[in-house]
Write a protein that binds this ligand. Structure first.
Ligand SMILES: *[C@@H]1O[C@H](CO)[C@@H](O)[C@H](O)[C@H]1NC(C)=O
Ligand SMILES: *[C@@H]1O[C@H](CO)[C@@H](O)[C@H](O)[C@H]1NC(C)=O
Ligand SMILES: *[C@@H]1O[C@H](CO)[C@@H](O)[C@H](O)[C@H]1NC(C)=O
Ligand SMILES: *[C@@H]1O[C@H](CO)[C@@H](O)[C@H](O)[C@H]1NC(C)=O
Ligand SMILES: *[C@@H]1O[C@H](CO)[C@@H](O)[C@H](O)[C@H]1NC(C)=O
Ligand SMILES: *[C@@H]1O[C@H](CO)[C@@H](O)[C@H](O)[C@H]1NC(C)=O
Ligand SMILES: *[C@@H]1O[C@H](CO)[C@@H](O)[C@H](O)[C@H]1NC(C)=O
Ligand SMILES: *[C@@H]1O[C@H](CO)[C@@H](O)[C@H](O)[C@H]1NC(C)=O
Ligand SMILES: CC(=O)N[C@H]1CO[C@H](CO)[C@@H](O)[C@@H]1O
Ligand SMILES: CC(=O)N[C@H]1CO[C@H](CO)[C@@H](O)[C@@H]1O
Length: 822
């Protein structure tokens, strides 16, 4: 702001005039002070009148005082900024008026700056420091500087028309800034102010808050048990941090231990080993540190234990355990002291426990067992007495000691049993180092040796040896093997023929021991032959031969072969076996017979059985055949037989004939025979009239009848209505010189024992004619031929043979001419 000087010139007055004065002519006043302007009139005749006005159009905010008639004071008490004005003092003296001006300037700068924002700064966070200068006038002259030492950090000028000038200085403090001083200096640059009033300043120190840092904790330590230790922990921070101690336990849990920078633990135990954590914290934050404390101790509570018991029997299992409490872990040495000798058994470095298991203790394991625990702080020893005693082993072998006889091929088991020994060890042995090739099976206190199937080479002594700790006992059994599995077998050599030398052979299979076998031949009670065996190392097939000449009296004799095994232990029913053979002398077939059942005379359709029997040694071939009309037909052939039979379920006429049974063996043959007759009533009767049934008067006719029948039939011819019967033995009738009176019905009656059959036919005779008739003889011959053909037709194509058979079957060809008058 420009300092304005208002100059008003006083006009010179013509008349003698008074002198006026206004003091001070220019003035700079401080707000709050009491000040006065002095206006005076000198040389005024009469009384002077003073008038105070302002040039500016505003009140003067002052009172006047008049200490003398020629003086007027304008009192400003106290001075305020309202008093800034151009004050006019008018003096009237008589008619004369004079006036003078004075410019009043006002300033205010009463107080030092007030700084705030320094108390609660946060390290690292932007903070604002504020400096306020109040009641400043005129404010635009005020300049604020922020200083650190003499370094100007920030400057700010005041604004117009404010009563309080403030400046904000922004700063992000660091922990190091804590406690540093900072100054706010205000300078009023108003002209006319006394120099000493122009500057005022305030210095404050920064209070920067920050989390604890630079934490320091005691070093890790090893402490002996029973001692004490002290831990220190400190950190720097604003506000001053508080320290808390914790023990970090397992699983992340922690136990509060107390507050304060030091932590002291007395009478430490192993359980005090661990990580100790201190946490220092203030309102801004916290920081932690950890230190490990290890409590160490020499070996203590060292113990040695024997499980299950320290009183042991040989072969028992035992576990010897060693334990100690030691930090750091110790070297655990387990040793046995026996008869002044120390034997180290186990050495376990870095251990607090160790164990040694003896699966099967021996006598020599008895003694004092010591467990010594050693670490760098000391050592400790524990000991226990272990005593081992033996078991009173008893061994039993079954079958018992001595000889045992076993049949070859059977299975055999030797059982060995140990008593009073919990864990016996079994060993099966046999002499000559022969391997015990059989299986053995051990279960708990017994062991079994399986022999089987037993062979002669298994014959030897077997020893069961049992070891129970240091005790060894054995039992022995000797095995004898026998083999006599089957009865003897007798075979004949060649045929026994009376008077000729015969041989019998008796075989005994697979015998052992062969030297003990006796073979005897007996005829009833008479011993014919006795043979002893000879030694053989294995199974043997024995054969004994008996030679003799049978007489006729030997037929049917029973010869016995008896084999006896003379050996102890073989069951009585298995030691003697025998076979019997009956002497059978050979001869040719005799008493050969053939029989027909039920009868040898049969009706067609009956059933019949033809049986053949012979007596022959040896049995031979039986042949059954039929002989008919000189022809032989073989019906059956049965080799190696003494009887045979043939059954015909339904006999036919053709089955008639002579039946022969021939028996044949190497010594000869014999034949028997029987006649079989089959009967049938007449049937299939046919009648033929030749040359024709229609003839001329004077001609002859031949009537031929054919029939099937046995026995042969009687045939009669009758002219029906006339009653005359003609008989023919062969079924042929010749009617001579016929007349028309012969015309009519004729009947043929064919009859045998079993029945009859009739045929009726017609003959018609015509009156004579002139032409001569054909020759009758010629006609008969041709008719005979025709008849034969007809018979062949009925026997279904079996030509000559059947012609021969035809008669036998009773087919009668009634074709022979027999002239007989009717
Ligand atoms: C440490 O143990 C001893 C003996 O047991 C005892 O007298 C002493 O008071 C204990 N000290 C503290 C601090 O517990
Ligand atoms: C303290 O002990 C713990 C566990 O035994 C280990 O992990 C940690 O590193 C140790 N601390 C120090 C500082 O040795
Ligand atoms: C270990 O020995 C101490 C005395 O030395 C005893 O108090 C504590 O019971 C013992 N601990 C065991 C497990 O034997
Ligand atoms: C004895 O004879 C039988 C039958 O001929 C035969 O299988 C067997 O092997 C024979 N045994 C000996 C020991 O020769
Ligand atoms: C001997 O007799 C016993 C019993 O009496 C029987 O089991 C066995 O089969 C007999 N042996 C012979 C070879 O007959
Ligand atoms: C036929 O056998 C009988 C008894 O069976 C006998 O008496 C007769 O002598 C035997 N005939 C012949 C030839 O052997
Ligand atoms: C007899 O006649 C019947 C039919 O009537 C026939 O089946 C049979 O073969 C004849 N028998 C003979 C021996 O001619
Ligand atoms: C056939 O002859 C027999 C015996 O002479 C007789 O019994 C029978 O009655 C005769 N048949 C006829 C039909 O004449
Ligand atoms: C016609 C004819 O041949 N008649 C004869 C019948 O049989 C007698 C006796 O054999 C003869 O004498 C006839 O001549
Ligand atoms: C030729 C002949 O004998 N004729 C006789 C036929 O029968 C009658 C009656 O019986 C006779 O009278 C004929 O003489």
């Amino acid at each position: 702001m420009a300092f304005t000087i208002i100059m008003i010139l006083a006009l010179p007055l013509a008349a003698r005039s008074f002198v006026m004065n206004l003091e001070p002519r220019r003035t700079v006043l401080r707000v709050g002070d009491a000040q006065a302007l002095r206006c005076s009139a000198r040389d005024c005749v009469g009384s002077a009148t003073f008038t105070w006005t302002s040039l500016e159009d505003k009140p003067l905010f002052a009172r006047t005082e008049s200490p003398s008639p020629s003086v007027s004071l304008l009192v400003m008490d106290p001075v305020t900024t309202e008093h800034e004005n151009v004050v006019v003092c008018k003096v009237t003296c008589g008619n004369e008026m004079k006036q003078m001006f004075t410019a009043v300037k006002v300033y205010s700068f009463p107080r030092a700056p007030v700084v705030s924002g320094n108390e609660h700064m946060q390290a690292g966070e932007a903070g604002a420091l504020t400096c306020v200068v109040s009641d400043v006038y005129p404010s635009e002259y005020l300049e604020i500087d922020w200083l650190q030492g003499e370094t100007v950090l920030h400057t700010e000028e005041g604004k117009t028309d404010v009563s309080a000038v403030s400046s904000t200085y922004k700063r992000t403090p660091q922990p190091e800034d804590n406690g540093k001083e900072i100054t706010c200096r205000a300078r009023h640059g108003f002209e006319g102010m006394p120099e000493e009033q122009k500057t005022k300043e305030t210095t404050v120190s920064l209070n920067v808050m920050y989390a604890p840092r630079d934490i320091k904790i005691s070093e890790a330590a090893v402490v002996m048990m029973g001692m004490s230790f002290t831990l220190m922990c400190s950190a720097e921070g604003n506000p001053s941090p508080v320290t808390v101690w914790r023990r970090r336990g397992l699983a992340g849990r922690s136990v509060a231990l107390g507050e304060g920078e030091t932590l002291t633990v007395h009478n430490v135990t192993v359980s005090h080993t661990g990580a100790y954590e201190c946490e220092t914290s203030n309102s801004v934050g916290s920081v932690r540190a950890t230190v490990n404390i290890s409590v160490q101790t020499p070996p203590r509570n060292t113990s040695i234990a024997v499980s299950p018991s320290s009183e042991l029997k040989e072969g028992d299992g035992v576990t010897i355990s060693c334990h100690t409490d030691s930090v750091p872990a110790a070297l655990l040495v387990l040793r046995r002291v026996s008869e002044g000798q120390q034997t180290e058994l186990q050495s376990s470095p870095d251990s607090t426990s160790s164990s040694l298991t003896l699966s099967s203790v021996q006598l020599a394991d008895s003694g004092l067992y010591q467990c010594e625990a050693v670490n760098q702080h000391g050592s400790q020893t524990a000991s226990v007495q272990v005593s081992v005693t033996v078991y009173p082993l008893e061994v039993e072998l079954s079958p018992g000691e001595g000889l045992v006889t076993v049949e070859r091929g059977t299975s055999f088991t030797l059982s060995c049993r140990a008593r009073d020994c919990p864990h016996p060890a079994f060993f099966w042995k046999s002499p000559l180092d022969a391997p015990v090739h059989s299986r053995s099976e051990t279960q708990g206190p017994s062991s079994r040796l399986f022999l089987g199937p037993v062979e002669p080479q298994d014959e030897r002594a077997y020893t069961c040896e049992v070891k129970c700790g240091s005790v060894l006992k054995a039992r022995r059994t000797e095995i004898k093997v026998y083999s006599f599995p089957s009865d003897p077998v007798i075979e004949g050599v060649g045929a026994h023929v009376a008077g000729e030398m015969s041989t019998l052979r008796c075989s005994v299979r697979d015998v052992f021991p062969a030297g003990r076998l006796q073979v005897e031949w007996l005829d009833g009670d008479e011993v014919l032959l006795s043979e002893e065996g000879s030694f053989s190392s294995g199974l043997q097939n024995r054969t004994s031969t008996l030679t003799f000449t049978p007489g006729a009296g030997h037929q049917g004799r029973r010869i016995t072969c008896r084999a006896s095994l003379h050996m102890e232990g073989v069951p009585a029913n298995a030691s003697v076996r025998s076979a019997v053979t009956t002497v059978a002398l050979h001869y040719s077939p005799r008493n050969t017979s053939i029989a027909v059942s039920p009868s040898s005379e049969l009706k067609e359709g009956d059933g019949v059985t033809i049986s053949c029997h012979t007596d022959s040694v040896p049995a031979g071939l039986l042949v059954l055949r039929r002989v008919s009309e000189g022809q032989q037909t073989e019906l059956q052939s049965s080799p190696d037989s003494t009887s045979s039979s043939l059954t015909l379920s339904s006999v036919q006429l053709a089955d008639s004939g002579l039946y022969q049974c021939e028996a044949i063996n190497q010594h000869g043959s014999q034949t028997a025979s029987v006649q079989l007759i089959v009967k049938a009533p007449p049937r299939n009767t046919t009648v033929q009239v030749l040359p024709s049934s229609q003839v001329q008067e004077g001609q002859n006719v031949t009537i031929c009848c054919r029939t099937v029948s046995f026995p042969p039939p009687a045939v009669t011819l009758t002219k029906l209505g006339r009653g005359v019967e003609l008989h023919s033995p062969d079924g042929t009738f010749v009617l001579l010189n016929l007349t028309p009176n012969d015309t009519g019905l004729y009947q043929v009656n064919v009859t045998n024992d079993l029945g009859f059959e009739t045929e009726v036919f017609t003959i018609s005779v015509m009156e004579r004619q002139s032409s001569p008739p054909p020759s009758w003889n010629n006609l008969i011959f041709s008719i005979t031929g025709l008849g034969a053909v007809a018979i062949m037709g009925t026997t279904a194509g079996l030509v000559i043979h059947h012609l021969n058979q035809a008669r036998k079957r009773g087919v009668y060809e009634l074709a022979k001419s027999t002239q007989q008058p009717i």
